[in-house]
Design a binder for this molecule. Structure first.
Ligand SMILES: [Zn+2]
Length: 61
């Protein structure tokens, strides 16, 4: 994920799998500002329920 320093707008590419908690913070290498990154959960989509579409033909003779 991408983290941007608010002071100098330097961009950091953070590996969110290495983040232990929900948040991580580090000091910017350019200006020394504390940059806080928070994980963004992207599971807004609801899982689709498997639609049972079994058409049962009634054989009427
Ligand atoms: Zn900075």
């Amino acid at each position: 994920m991408l983290a941007i320093c608010e002071e100098c707008s330097k961009k950091y590419n953070i590996d969110e799998f290495k983040m232990k908690g929900e948040r991580a913070r580090f000091s910017c290498q350019e200006c020394g500002n504390i940059v806080v990154v928070a994980k963004q959960k992207d599971d807004s989509r609801a899982p689709d329920a498997a639609s049972d579409f079994a058409g049962s033909d009634n054989e009427s003779a």
